[in-house]
Design a protein around this ligand. Structure first.
Ligand code: UDP
Length: 418
């Protein structure tokens, strides 16, 4: 199959951990790589966000990234990218020329607009459009209220993308309910989760040394909704429970440790740690290259993921693949990936006391810790390899193609009946 991926803000080539660079970048890169390995020809279209980027980069056999000039050739926050989607669509259709792909797979709602527009511009029978939202505006608004910086048009354009796309890929079961509530026909929804790179994230291999007896780890973009402050708030409670030789390592944030002074969320977290008298226990590491992540994960007794909401969440999978138990807020994708009392412990969202109790349980019981880690590794290996995710995604493409063929066959007949 000839597949076009559209990922407007999340390039598979970007460094991870900044405000707008996280799971979607990993997802697009790994899924495209796995599909190319299966023999498909994949081109990823993303916005040219740096003047130095070449128009086309060949990543591996059958996999290219195309940087489309759409808006300024520098980083633009994703919530300000909507005005450039026309130009992105135009650039994609231009690159297709007379030979559009068999399928176009859009990631995030704005890429959906560009993909649908490019498919329309390419004329003919049209290219089936498959959509993965990664995050939904309805959920974001519910949790962030007036702090949501999405453009107002997202309210109507995102559901319109859902209705117009030929097939939707939800990454978890919770998302299916949200899509249904948006008025999207569940018959055209497939589920394919995100995966984890099992060659990189493994239970064996070096672990970085840790400065204290215990290490709790938090990994992710430093944005308030990731709930890192809740983990800091759990530290005094853990101390009261007798766990004082504990470090909380926080990985993520734009740039390395030196750049964190300029990161407002990093500042807020440091100030909170000082206020609670736990600053000597908290280390803010900043952005870490992907290759260093497994050694950091393996150095932890437990990884805590405490988001307010989470469309999928790759970090818990990476922790599980490395054999580390996860304390996870029971929200969104985390309720599919982390199995309570089997691969980690669920806690209610926004509840530092529950985090402290769950972490204390794991720290005080090495047998439980290794049992949860072992089951996590097994679950990650058996269900979340990118090859398996790519095979499920390919099935969704084939359904979109088959449905497209049916509707295309039906069109002339319907036209004749009018
Ligand atoms: N990540 C990284 N370096 C960092 C911070 C994060 O490589 O400094 C990676 C992390 O290992 C994971 C991804 O970024 O692969 C974050 O994905 P997740 O789905 O957990 O969160 P999102 O950013 O999509 O909300």
């Amino acid at each position: 199959m000839r597949i076009s991926m559209v990922s407007e803000h999340a390039s598979p080539l970007a460094a991870l951990g900044g405000v707008d660079a996280g799971g979607q970048n990993v997802h697009v890169a790994a899924l495209s790589t796995a599909l190319a390995r299966m023999g498909h020809h994949v081109t990823v279209y993303t916005r040219k966000d740096d003047a130095a980027l070449p128009p086309r980069v060949a990543i591996q056999p059958r996999l290219d990234v195309v940087h489309v000039a759409a808006g300024p050739a520098r980083h633009v926050p994703k919530d300000k990218l909507l005005p450039y989607m026309d130009r992105l669509a135009e650039g994609i259709a231009e690159d297709w020329g007379a030979r559009p792909p068999d399928i176009v797979h859009a990631h995030f709602w704005m890429s959906g607009l560009a993909a649908l527009d490019a498919a329309r511009r390419s004329g003919g029978a049209g290219v089936p459009v498959v959509q993965t939202f990664h995050a939904l505006g309805t959920v974001k608004r519910r949790h962030q209220g007036s702090d949501d910086t999405s453009p107002p048009q997202r309210r109507w354009l995102e559901p319109a993308v859902g209705r117009a796309a030929d097939r939707i890929i939800a990454t978890c079961s919770d998302e299916v309910f949200e899509l249904k509530a948006m008025g999207i026909d569940t018959a055209k929804i497939s589920i394919a989760p995100c995966g984890v790179d099992l060659d990189l994230f493994a239970g064996f291999g070096a672990a970085e040394p840790r400065p204290r007896n215990h290490r709790i780890l938090s990994v992710g973009r430093l944005v308030p909704r990731k709930g890192v402050d809740l983990v800091i708030r759990a530290l005094p409670l853990l101390r009261e429970a007798g766990f004082d030789d504990v470090e909380l390592l926080i990985v993520g944030g734009g740039g390395g440790a030196a750049a964190l002074g300029a990161d407002p969320e990093a500042r807020r977290l440091s100030e909170l740690a000082v206020e609670l008298g736990v600053d000597h226990q908290v280390t803010l590491r900043g952005q870490v290259p992907r290759e260093d992540m497994p050694g950091i994960l393996r150095s932890a007794d437990v990884v805590v993921c405490a988001p307010w909401y989470e469309p999928f969440g790759i970090v818990p999978l990476e922790a599980m693949a490395c054999g580390v138990p996860v304390v996870a807020a029971a929200v969104g994708g985390l309720t599919d990936t982390v199995v309570d009392r089997a691969t980690g412990l669920h806690v209610p969202p926004r509840d530092p006391a529950a985090i402290a109790v769950a972490v204390a349980e794991i720290l005080s019981d090495p047998e439980l810790r290794s049992e949860l880690g072992r089951a996590g590794r097994q679950r990650a290996r058996s269900r979340y390899s990118w090859d398996r995710v790519a095979a499920e995604t390919e099935k969704a493409y084939r359904r979109a193609l088959a449905d497209g063929a049916v509707s295309r066959r039906m069109e002339p007949a319907e036209g004749a009946a009018l």
